[in-house]
Write a protein that binds this ligand. Structure first.
Ligand SMILES: NC(=O)c1ccc[n+]([C@@H]2O[C@H](COP(=O)([O-])OP(=O)(O)OC[C@H]3O[C@@H](n4cnc5c(N)ncnc54)[C@H](OP(=O)(O)O)[C@@H]3O)[C@@H](O)[C@H]2O)c1
Length: 322
């Protein structure tokens, strides 16, 4: 096992540490939080991203393209880095980009990291990935974890349920719907639990795991696990929504979601995302690894939540390169 030494700055170094790390998607959601946490801890940073033009003029982050068709380019983008922080994934299949492709791309990324001499990979996964899952998202996530374990690079997997804070989509868009629609439909009894973690808590965990050297798998989950119905009602309260929260048969949720999505030119919630949530896959019963409470965060940020709709298709499927 590799020896780790702690510097006086509180950051950790390992033999051969270059001081440089690579994070995927530093201008997207969790990647941005991880980038901030790494820069705060004194690391130099490079990102590989499909949206290089999103870099600020004075960004301290070196930017390289996330191009899975260019394996040699990927290797070069990873050369000189000690740790790769990987957030890459696709939320749903769209326009020929699907979970099978995301699995293959993830495998390419891990191979490139190995070839580039990266010492450690910190990988963001999801709660309850399963090779046997009928859902391509959860099956794909399990296949990526397996590919990581086979990549012959020391690794840490972090498995969040749902993320909140920062530029997150899910809670923001529930709030947007509660602000703009007269009715909000909850599938079934809404008694399935949501174990969310603040994106900055996830980022802190990533940096901590980056400093370790043994292989590990950890649920990245916050201290609270409200039912979905309670969560929706809490969001309605903090945004001052007048929408009626009603319960509908579970089978109607994907249909309603698709109809509203058509109006918004977005994919709101896929059939599998609803099914996973209703099956309890966004919940765990282990100890909390994040400290920020969802209820406290909602009280502090409710006034701003859902003022603007966050469009997933705009973020990741329509505006590549910008
Ligand atoms: N958000 C949540 O609530 C949540 C919950 C549980 C688990 N997770 C997991 O956390 C990880 C990061 O999620 P996130 O929400 O933070 O994602 P994100 O920042 O929106 O995207 C993460 C990375 O994936 C790339 N990406 C996303 N969609 C893509 C597409 N259609 N085509 C090509 N590249 C794409 C992004 O590319 P760019 O650099 O071009 O932006 C970025 O590098 C994922 O593994 C996800 O499964 C997230």
């Amino acid at each position: 096992m590799t020896t780790i030494a702690t510097t006086t700055m509180g950051t950790t170094t390992r033999p051969g540490d270059t001081g440089l790390d690579v994070v995927t998607g530093a201008f997207s959601y969790s990647g941005a939080a991880i980038a901030d946490a790494l820069l705060d801890s004194g690391r130099r940073l490079r990102t590989i991203t499909g949206h290089p033009a999103r870099a600020a003029q004075d960004s301290a982050i070196e930017v390289r393209p996330l191009d899975f068709d260019d394996q040699l380019g990927l290797v070069k983008s990873l050369e000189g880095a000690t740790t790769l922080y990987n957030t890459y994934w696709v939320r749903f299949a769209h326009n020929g980009v699907d979970h099978d492709l995301a699995v293959a791309n993830s495998r390419s990324l891990f191979h490139a990291a190995k070839r580039a001499g990266v010492q450690r990979i910190v990988h963001v996964s999801i709660t309850h990935p399963s090779i046997d899952s009928p859902m391509p998202y959860f099956r794909g996530k399990a296949l990526v974890e397996r590919a990581l374990a086979e990549a012959d690079v020391s690794y840490a997997v972090l498995r969040p349920g749902i993320l909140f804070g920062g530029e997150g989509v899910l809670l923001n868009n529930i709030a947007w719907l509660l602000r703009h629609l007269p009715v909000f439909a909850v599938g079934g009894r809404g008694d399935y639990r949501i174990r969310a973690i603040h994106v900055n808590d996830l980022a802190r965990l990533c940096v901590e795991k980056g400093a370790e050297s043994h292989d590990s798998v950890t649920d990245a989950v916050g201290p609270e696990r409200p039912t979905f119905l309670k969560l929706v009602r809490s969001i309605a309260d903090v945004v001052g929504s007048r929408a009626r929260v009603i319960r509908v048969p579970p089978s109607t949720v994907p249909v309603l979601s698709r109809l509203v999505g058509l109006g918004l030119h977005d994919v709101l919630l896929t059939r599998d995302e609803f099914r996973a949530m209703a099956d309890g896959l966004a919940d765990t019963d282990g100890p909390a690894t994040g400290t920020t409470t969802l209820s406290g965060w909602l009280s502090a940020h409710g006034a701003d939540l859902g003022r603007t709709y966050a469009n997933e298709l705009e973020r990741h499927f329509r505006s590549h390169g910008s």
